[in-house]
Write a protein that binds this ligand. Structure first.
Ligand SMILES: Nc1ncnc2c1ncn2[C@@H]1O[C@H](COP(=O)(O)OP(=O)(O)OP(=O)(O)O)[C@@H](O)[C@H]1O
Length: 290
């Protein structure tokens, strides 16, 4: 078995994928998320048309593909932030399609959100407390601030401070979120998503706009989440990051899953090279890994 198929945790080699076959729709031994025939069109354009997708529990799974492949749309659909035309999916064995984002979050599946304008004008700590409400949109920010201190927020504040400590943002807790650097914003987005202690966290481009100095720190946080038993599904464009930390990679092109596999499977998959990676990128990925 290749090193890509094996993960190392506290010196013990673990086969997290339990021999899953590298093919689209691949069956997993312990899937936390199972999606069937998920379709979403915008006018005449089919943005997502996924026949079957299973995400193995306790892994880092990357969702990759060219621009416009449907990655963000699939994220939005699965987490209740967009409506499917058709499709079913279960999370931890329970059907969650059709549920709004905050209910999906309560079920244990949380996605990160980029800091919108309203959120940048709130303090780092208030951003965290907002995360305790589960999934949220910008329009909830105003009502949240009016209500938050009237309710039992003590436990949430304790959790928020613990997470800010862990993500090295504790000294910034009173600062406006908008004053954070690109990397610190990503740390805040991740910390905020953890407020509800989800079983699965979905990260939307966790490395975008991050200074190289913070990349290692972010990677460390992502792998520790997995090593604590959480499932991580992330969309990312940085191939070194994807190949470096993923247990499994799902490749989308034109809304469909065209390949799945370990980093080494994907790196040598001709269809993926043609549709996405390009020979040059594969060489770069190979050398960056060595
Ligand atoms: N709200 C919308 N209205 C119309 N078309 C949309 C909408 N959202 C997405 N699309 C289209 O659906 C397709 C998939 O878009 P999506 O943003 O999901 O791709 P992506 O893989 O996340 O791309 P990127 O890597 O560039 O973020 C694209 O052609 C996009 O233009």
């Amino acid at each position: 078995m290749s090193s890509d198929e094996m993960g190392s945790s506290a010196g013990v080699e673990v086969d997290r994928m339990a021999g899953a076959v590298p093919e689209p729709g691949s069956v997993k031994s312990d899937p936390i998320l199972v999606a069937d025939r998920v379709r979403r069109s915008f006018g005449g354009l089919t943005a997502v048309d996924v026949r079957r997708l299973e995400v193995q529990r306790g892994t880092i799974t990357a969702l990759i593909g060219p621009n416009g492949a449907g990655k963000s749309t699939l994220f939005n659909l699965l987490t209740g932030f967009d409506r499917v035309d058709q499709g079913d999916w279960t999370f931890q064995g329970s059907k969650i399609n059709g549920k709004p984002g905050h209910k999906v979050a309560r079920a244990g599946m949380v996605r990160t959100f980029q800091l919108t304008k309203a959120l940048t004008r709130m303090s780092v700590l208030d951003n965290m407390l907002l995360g305790a409400q589960g999934q949220f949109g910008e329009r909830m920010a105003g009502s949240f601030l009016r209500n938050v201190w009237g309710r039992q927020e003590r436990a949430n504040t304790v959790r928020a401070l613990e997470l800010l400590e862990r993500f090295k943002l504790i000294d910034k807790r009173e600062d406006m979120a908008g004053s954070l650097s690109g990397g610190q914003r990503k740390l805040l987005e991740m910390a905020r998503a953890l407020m509800t202690d989800p079983a699965m966290i979905m990260l939307d481009e966790p490395m975008a706009g991050v200074n190289p100095a913070l990349v290692q720190s972010l990677l460390g946080h992502i792998t520790s989440l997995r090593d604590e038993g959480k499932t991580v599904l992330f969309v990312e464009h940085d191939m070194d990051v994807i190949m470096g930390i993923s247990d499994w990679i799902v490749v989308l092109a034109q809304g469909q899953v065209i390949a799945e596999g370990t980093p080494s499977d994907i790196r040598s998959n001709k269809q993926v090279i043609d549709a996405y990676l390009g020979a040059q990128d594969v060489d770069e990925v190979g050398s960056a890994d060595e």
